[in-house]
Design a protein around this ligand. Sequence first.
Ligand SMILES: Nc1ncnc2c1ncn2[C@@H]1O[C@H](COP(=O)(O)OP(=O)(O)OP(=O)(O)O)[C@@H](O)[C@H]1O
Ligand SMILES: [Mg+2]
Length: 370
Amino acid sequence: MTEMLRAPAEVKYAEELDWLESVDDGPKPFSWRLSPRMVRLFVLGSERADGLDREISQKWFGDRSFVERSIVTLASDRGLLLIGDPGTGKSWLAELLAAAISRNSTLVVQGTAGTTEDHIKYSWNVSMVIAKGQSRASMIPSPIMTAMEKGVIGRFEELTRSTSDVQDALISILSEKYVSIPELEDDNIVFAQPGFSIIATANSRDRGVNDLSSALKRRFNFVRIPVVTNKKSEAEIVRFRTSELLRRHQIELDVPPNLLDILLQSFADLRAAAASATSDDEKLESALSTAEQIGVLEDAILHSTFFGDRSLRAETLAGSLVGSLARRSPEDLAILNKYWHGVVEPRSKEDGGEWPAFLEGGRQAIATLS
Ligand SMILES: Nc1ncnc2c1ncn2[C@@H]1O[C@H](COP(=O)(O)OP(=O)(O)OP(=O)(O)O)[C@@H](O)[C@H]1O
Ligand SMILES: [Mg+2]
């Protein structure tokens, strides 16, 4: 297999999926590749009680009820809309579900202000139309149309960023389950095969989900994904992602558990501060999601590998935290400065450990940026 910078989940976990398929004797809706129980197991990992001969790793961390409701939705005739703050793992969950159910997570449309109806229906290969006229052969199906023809899951990322025309086109796809091609005289309807569904994601910080038309809302089941605030699960997600990064870069470096604790603790503190802030100026611009935590640790690891002595230090971690979170000057810097004085400083006196080094690293980074 050729190398990819980032393999889709069905490629990355092909071996696991093959194995699950081979032992799966549960009933499968439509043309699903796995039964609902096996899909859940693939996403959430196996437990001893599952009685499997091998361990299946946990890939998405969060409440199982969200995963179950998502799976049930995909077996119904409504689409699935995953909503939540940035970096809560919505796209990753969508990818895992599409990989487990359809073995294809790459039929994706990205919603932007520039997304048009063509992007979710079809367009034409102009040179072929000129040479041979309009026919099915000169038509370029969109990823969604391809998903309909194959009876698999199509994905729509950032649904709320697309315009209302695009959203309207989606309504007809989700309710009629076909697309007509008025330019053609015959063979001019593409019907969705059983198994077709859509997983859309929407960021709750974008233009509101409430702006979706009620007709479209009715065709989706909403699953709200909260920011993970449980430190134990968060530590697991960060560790899971970081070990992948280290493997990908072939970096040999240990993340000391006490530095991971410091990272988790400071995010928890900053979230608590944001929750009690009374105005937006007192709130960091960042959503302080798990994904951002992963980003901070990733930067610190790469920095230590490229420019340091290949061991992760508290100073480097503090520098990368400040660097990632100080987006607005002066607001974000002021918030971080206040946090460093009010929380990190006393903690470094009381707890010691790596906190004094973290204090120093952060102070320097703040001073450089101020
Ligand atoms: N609950 C989680 N389980 C596993 N990984 C997670 C989880 N939350 C976040 N991540 C990791 O964080 C990164 C960002 O997640 P993802 O892109 O899915 O977020 P998102 O919710 O789609 O964000 P956005 O709204 O910005 O598109 C991914 O690498 C993902 O694996
Ligand atoms: Mg996303």
